[in-house]
Ligand binder design. Structure first.
Ligand SMILES: O=C(O)C[C@H]1C=CC(=O)O1
Length: 96
């Protein structure tokens, strides 16, 4: 199942810089492992914002929730999820 996910990050200003850097480093490793697995198909920075648009390809809603709630930055994120399905005019056979 494909999902479009928007993640907006808001790290509190009073979080010590070294703690923030450590969380961001864990977030990067977590995201890159999921990208390598194929579950996190795309990630794009939204220009001018500390936010991204991502496409996740997961088994079901429960797996999506597990992945998103496991993000190291999850406590500092606002997340919006939009379910996707193949468009009848799509020529991409791998869209599903
Ligand atoms: O920077 C972001 O958009 C937040 C987050 C999502 C993946 C990642 O590596 O960082």
């Amino acid at each position: 199942m494909l999902f479009h996910v928007r993640m907006d990050v808001n790290i509190p200003r009073d979080l010590p810089a070294d703690e923030a850097a450590e969380i961001i480093a864990r977030e990067k490793a977590y995201s890159q492992a999921l990208q390598a697995s194929g579950k996190w198909r795309h990630i794009w920075r939204i220009a001018g914002e500390y936010a991204n648009f991502s496409i996740l390809d997961v088994r079901d809603n429960a797996e999506l929730h597990e992945i998103l709630s496991g993000l190291p930055l999850f406590p500092f994120m606002r997340i919006e999820v939009t379910p996707l399905l193949r468009h009848p005019s799509s020529i991409r056979e791998d869209d599903r």
